[in-house]
Design a binder for this molecule. Structure first.
Ligand code: GLN
Length: 483
């Protein structure tokens, strides 16, 4: 792999400031490399041409401000194709928006580019409207896992995760509604953060489940994750659900952490190699002085069904605007009803249609109490259980995904795909932040495949997650684990 492609954001930022490389050299190298790799792995739906103006501004910033220039100045970043950049296509990997041009720019992009001088490399592949765990639901083709091209990169932010793992981006943004940053991070061997709900503005993110969605970073290291998170976080007048810093009680980051582990949740099918690696990682954390505390989260076993009621309900509502009249794809017919039917049948893929049906059903009168409202009540109980657990422990650890990357087509039964989200959906239901960090590899067909450990912490306690993540990185180096 090309040296620059391998380097972390932090290392590259240092090299830029030391004038070891110029912003242009960096951009060209990563861009050319990404172009070459895209023919193999198809992480990008589109790589943007160099923005000469942005490159010149970034270089000037570094020349004028030196070490005081923002850390992200000149750093090439990939963006999941559900975040708006004015004038560029934003498709959410759907036929419905194949030629749709963004009319304005998302807050996160403004923060990266205008406030921090970062450069946007292109838009990455994803499951259509962020529905899926493998990126197989993209209307435009599959993305391959850089570690084994016969396997999926995870999803729905599979393009962003694969780009970072391959070195085809220095860092990337993804979105996470039920695990779509953390699960692909786990399967591709990179670091993925789902911030606290409201920590990062959703203005300019194509909505999936509005009470669950968060934008977050996919990076090579935990310290890169911290840098990118700080750059995109903050209150935004354009998103009323964003929260100010310090809204929740401040948690200190203890040197020796009490790590809660809900062992009872592992009974329903964690792969045995994943479990063994998880246990080894916990044992190493213990050696470092942290304590492992078995905990029970009784209602968490229902998190998956609760999620798969609430998310489709919200998604079906959000996607109703795509009716052939207002945005994107349109298939006129003889009557208005036929317009809708044809547009939505041809514009949306199977999985999206399945969720719209499911969501419409659970919200329909006669069923709303039995499904949607019951799921909301269960969501409140789950959140309560987590809050109680945090009186006893500083964070909670589980494997990010129950198994390593699977083959294309292996999970064609939708429920088997949904089970991928077993450990990730709870953080979206509770709104709490969660981080996935590579903990090592497990072998499949003689190929080492990465797998992540996930840590969840109380609202706005991202610093605990970063500290946990750095401990895991240290252990991985000590144990000489590759990923
Ligand atoms: N895999 C989950 C789903 O399909 C999560 C999606 C997401 O986080 N965007 O709903």
């Amino acid at each position: 792999m090309n040296e620059l492609a391998k380097s972390s954001l932090t290392e590259i930022s240092r090299a830029l400031r030391a004038r070891d490389i110029s912003v242009r050299e960096l951009f060209n190298t990563i861009h050319t490399y990404a172009q070459q790799k895209n023919t193999d792995i198809f992480a990008y739906l589109e790589l943007f041409d160099a923005d000469e103006n942005a490159i010149a501004i970034a270089q000037k910033k570094i020349d004028d401000e030196g070490d005081n220039a923002p850390f992200l100045t000149g750093i090439p970043i990939a963006v999941k194709d559900n975040m708006l950049i004015e004038g560029k296509t934003v498709s959410a990997a759907s036929r419905m928006l194949e030629n749709y041009k963004a009319p304005y720019t998302a807050t996160v992009i403004k923060k990266l580019v205008n406030d921090n001088g970062a450069l946007i490399l292109g838009r990455t592949n994803m499951d259509e409207f962020a529905m899926g765990s493998s990126t197989e639901n993209s209307a435009f083709g599959i993305t391959k896992n850089p570690h084994d091209h016969s396997r999926v990169p995870g999803g729905s932010s599979g393009g962003s995760a694969a780009a970072v793992a391959e070195g085809a981006a220095t860092a990337a943004l993804g979105s996470d509604t039920g695990g779509s940053i953390r699960q692909p991070a786990s399967l591709c061997g990179v670091v993925g953060l789902k911030p606290t709900y409201g920590a990062v503005s959703r203005h300019g993110l194509i909505a999936m489940g509005s009470s669950l969605d968060q934008i977050g970073p996919l990076t090579k290291t935990v310290s890169d994750s911290r840098v990118l998170f700080r750059a995109i976080a903050g209150r935004d007048d354009m998103d009323a659900t964003t929260i100010p810093d310090g809204l929740y009680p401040k948690r200190s980051v203890p040197r020796n952490m009490r790590i809660g582990v809900p062992y009872h949740l592992f009974e329903n099918g964690v792969d045995k190699d994943v479990r063994a690696l998880f246990d080894v990682t916990l044992a190493s954390l213990k050696k470092e002085g942290h304590s492992i505390v078995p905990i029970t989260l009784p209602t968490s076993q229902y998190a998956l069904p609760v999620y798969y009621v609430i998310m489709p309900a919200e998604a079906s509502t959000n996607l109703s605007r795509l009716d052939g009249m207002r945005y994107g794809f349109s298939k006129p017919a003889d009557t208005l009803l036929d317009d809708y039917l044809q547009t939505r049948s041809e514009g949306f893929g199977k999985e999206v249609q399945r969720r719209i049906l499911l969501g419409t059903f659970v919200l329909s009168s006669g069923y709303i109490d039995a499904y949607y409202r019951k799921a909301l009540r269960a969501r409140a109980v789950i959140t309560d259980e987590y809050e109680k657990a945090y009186e006893q422990v500083d964070c909670i650890a589980v494997p990010t995904s129950p198994s390593p990357a699977f083959h294309f087509g292996e999970k064609s039964d939708p429920v088997s795909m949904y089970v991928e989200d077993l450990f990730t959906v709870t953080a979206n239901l509770t709104g709490m932040p969660a981080l996935s960090v590579p903990m090592g590899t497990v072998n499949r067909d003689d190929t080492p495949l990465p797998i992540g450990i996930q840590c969840t912490a109380p609202h706005q306690a991202e610093d605990i997650l970063f500290s946990f993540g750095e401990e895991v990185e240290k252990i991985r180096i000590q144990n000489q684990m590759r990923f």
